[in-house]
Design a protein around this ligand. Sequence first.
Ligand SMILES: O=C(O)CCC(=O)C(=O)O
Ligand SMILES: [Fe+2]
Length: 199
Amino acid sequence: MFNKIWPPSSMNFNFWPKNPPSYREANEEYAKCLRGVVDKLLMTLSLGLGLEGNVLKEAVGGDGVEYLLKINYYPPCPRPDLALGVVVHTDMSAITVLVPNEVPGLQVFRDEHWFDAKYTPNALIIHVGDQIEILSNGKYKSVLHRTTVNKEKVRMSWPVFCSPPGDRIIGPLPQLVSDDNKTKKYKDYQYCKINKLPQ
Ligand SMILES: O=C(O)CCC(=O)C(=O)O
Ligand SMILES: [Fe+2]
């Protein structure tokens, strides 16, 4: 059992600034649309494992899936060759849905190389996160990524991390494994990841 470090008890997730009003409205609308997108993604990923379409959604908590919006702001950097915006990592979520502005910067690692994620107007960037890698028993890999910074331009991105509720126990789907497996509450996984402890 781990001490609870996240979220801090002072943090109220129900707080949402009143101003600017259009920002709140846009986010509420976006959140509604996002649910449909995430449901479809989870269904497609389930089918890709040869399972019923609802399996992954149920495994990550059904309608209890939590959506956390983060706003990244990367100011111009005089020495982009010496700095990163976000260090190399995988997302601990199940799935991340990200909208960037038009300034490139996201890079993904594959076959021993870093690739620039091309900016495509109106496209969503989807990351498979750690929880889908675990549930799929490694059939889907959580994507290793990082961001670079730009000498002249501000880069921004709006990732939404879609994660199981903290008390949800996550392990390889029983349909995919024959023996007893390592399972863990999502909040304990978060604790280990944030504190760089072995899982
Ligand atoms: O800014 C980006 O494109 C990616 C940000 C990111 O990886 C993160 O916030 O976890
Ligand atoms: Fe990330």
